[in-house]
Ligand binder design. Structure first.
Ligand SMILES: *Cc1c(COP(=O)(O)O)cnc(C)c1O
Length: 425
C-alpha cells in the first residue's frame, strides 16, 4: 500500500492525524547511508542537519546497526528492577571515555537535563547546605535545554513557554558569554547550586562564546562552590572539532585534551543525541561520586534508561568516533567550510556572516527574522540536493555528519554558494 503513496500523501497523513508541533521542510525521507539521505521518489540529498547533530557517525553506520541487531536478538529491556549484562560495562566504558566517576543513564536529552537539575539541587541542599527549597540554578538567555515543563520555565523563547505556565521557580537568567553577569549573580545570591550552560548555543543559532569564556566560568564556579553543568547534548562527541566543546574553549583550542580536562572540565556533563549515533534514544549525566551519590535508590529512575540496546549501540557509536577520527575530521573540514563561506560573504549582500566551531556552523541571512528568505533558500537547497533548516527565521545551520569527506564537502559548498547567488539582488 505504501508504494502507491506520493510525498504529498505522506505529508497530508501527518497533517491530518498528527499534532501540529513541527513545521518540517517538505521532503519525505525513506533511507539513509553515511552523509546521504533518499526521499520516497528516490532523490538523493546531502544531510546538513544530521538530526540536530545526533547522526555524527553518519546514517545507518554498519557497525552501529550490527550492534543494534545483535543486541535485539538477545535482550532489549529488563528495567532497572534487575541487572543486565551490558549496563555495567557500558558505564565503565563511558566514564573512562569522558573521565568521570559515575554515569546516570536516560533516554532523551531533556530527561538528562532534568536529572542534572535534580542532582544539582540535591547536592545544593545536602552537600553545600542551602536552606530547604531555596536552591537556585543560573541559566543563560537564548538557552535551549529541551521541552519539559520545568525546562521551558527558564527558556527565553516565548513560543516555547507562553500558555504553558505556571512555570517553575528557582532559575536566574543571565546573558550568555558574559562573565561579569555571572560573577555579579554569584556575589549577590547565596543559594546558587549550579550554572547550566551550553558551551556553544546551538538552537539559538550557533553562538560561540569568547575562547576563554568556559575557562572563566569553570574558575568562577569553583570559587563560589557552584556546580558547573555543561549541556553538551548538541555540541558533544566530536561535533565542534574537539571531543567536548568545553575542551575547545581553552586557549589550546582542543589540541591538548589533557589540559582541557583540568581547566574546563564540567562538574556535571550532560550528553545525548550523538552518543548513540542517532540510532536509538540514549542520554546520560556524568559526574564524580561526591556529586552523583546524592541520588539514592528510589529517588530517580527511568524504565528504559540504561537498557541493553542503548548500552550496546552507544558503546559502538563512541568507539567509531575514535576509530574513524571523526573529531579531527570535524575540526579540519569545519575550518575549510568557514574559510570558503567567508570568501563568499566578502562579496555577498544576502549572507551576513558565518560562525561556528568544527562542523557546527551557521550562516546569518541578511533579512529580518520574520522574512521567509532563509526558508526559501532551504527549499532551493533541497531542490539542489542538500537538506538544511532555518532556525530563528534568518539563520541556517549547517551540520553534516562528521564522516563527510573533503570532496563531498567541496561539492556541498558549491551547492550552497550557487544557491545563495540566486538570492543576491
Ligand atoms: C536537543 C537538545 C536538548 C534536548 O534533547 P531531546 O533529546 O530533544 O530531549 C537539550 N539540550 C540541547 C543543547 C540540545 O541541543
Amino acid at each position: 500500500m505504501q508504494a502507491t503513496l506520493t510525498a504529498s500523501n505522506f505529508i497530508d497523513l501527518e497533517l491530518e492525524y498528527g499534532a501540529h508541533d513541527y513545521h518540517p521542510i517538505p521532503v519525505v525521507l525513506e533511507s539513509g547511508k553515511g552523509v546521504y539521505l533518499w526521499d520516497v521518489e528516490g532523490k538523493k540529498y546531502f544531510d546538513f542537519l544530521s538530526a540536530y547533530s545526533a547522526v555524527n557517525q553518519g546514517h545507518c553506520h554498519p557497525r552501529i546497526i550490527a550492534a543494534l541487531n545483535k543486541q535485539a536478538e538477545n535482550l532489549t529491556l529488563t528495567s532497572r528492577a534487575f541487572h543486565n549484562n551490558k549496563l555495567g560495562s557500558y558505564m565503565k566504558y563511558v566514564t573512562n571515555y569522558f573521565n568521570y566517576e559515575r554515569l546516570l543513564p536516560s533516554n532523551t536529552g531533556a530527561e538528562a537535563v532534568e536529572a542534572a537539575i535534580k542532582i544539582t539541587r540535591k547536592w545544593g541542599y545536602t552537600v553545600k547546605g542551602i536552606p530547604n527549597d531555596k536552591a537556585e540554578i543560573i541559566v543563560c538567555s537564548q538557552n535551549f535545554h529541551g521541552r519539559t515543563s520545568t525546562i521551558i520555565s527558564f527558556s527565553s523563547d516565548l513560543g516555547s513557554k507562553t500558555n504553558f505556565g505556571p512555570h517553575s521557580n528557582g532559575f536566574v537568567t543571565i546573558p550568555y558569554n558574559n562573565i561579569k553577569a555571572l560573577e555579579s549573580v554569584l556575589k549577590t545570591h547565596h543559594n546558587i547550586a549550579g550554572f547550566l550552560v551550553e558551551p556553544v548555543q546551538g538552537e539559538a543559532g550557533v553562538y560561540t562564546p569568547d575562547r576563554d569564556y568556559i575557562r572563566k566560568v569553570k574558575a568562577l564556579c569553583s570559587k563560589y562552590n557552584v556546580l558547573f553543568i555543561a549541556d553538551e547534548i548538541q555540541t558533544g562527541i566530536g561535533r565542534t572539532g574537539s571531543l567536548l566543546a568545553v575542551c575547545g574553549s581553552c586557549s589550546c583550542e582542543g589540541h591538548c585534551e589533557q589540559q582541557a580536562k583540568t581547566f574546563t572540565r564540567p562538574d556535571v556533563l550532560i550528553l545525548g543525541k550523538a552518543i548513540s549515533g542517532g540510532t536509538y534514544p540514549v542520554s546520560a549525566v556524568l559526574c564524580d561520586s561526591k556529586i552523583m551519590d546524592v541520588i539514592q535508590p528510589g529517588q530517580h529512575g527511568s524504565t528504559f534508561g540504561g537498557n541493553p540496546m542503548a548500552c550496546s549501540v552507544a558503546m559502538e557509536a563512541l568507539e567509531i568516533i575514535r576509530d574513524e577520527k571523526l573529531t579531527q575530521n570535524a575540526r579540519r573540514l569545519g575550518e575549510l567550510f568557514r574559510l570558503e563561506m567567508q570568501a563568499y560573504i566578502e562579496k555577498s549582500y544576502i549572507v551576513l556572516r558565518v560562525r561556528g566551531r568544527g562542523l557546527l556552523n551557521a550562516i546569518v541571512i541578511n533579512d529580518s527574522q520574520k522574512s521567509n528568505t532563509a526558508w526559501n533558500i532551504c527549499l532551493k537547497l533541497k531542490e539542489k540536493g542538500l537538506l538544511a533548516k532555518p532556525t530563528h527565521g534568518n539563520i541556517i545551520r549547517f551540520a553534516p555528519p562528521l564522516m563527510i569527506n573533503e570532496d563531498q564537502l567541496v561539492e556541498c559548498i558549491k551547492i550552497i554558494t550557487s544557491t545563495f547567488k540566486l538570492f543576491e539582488p
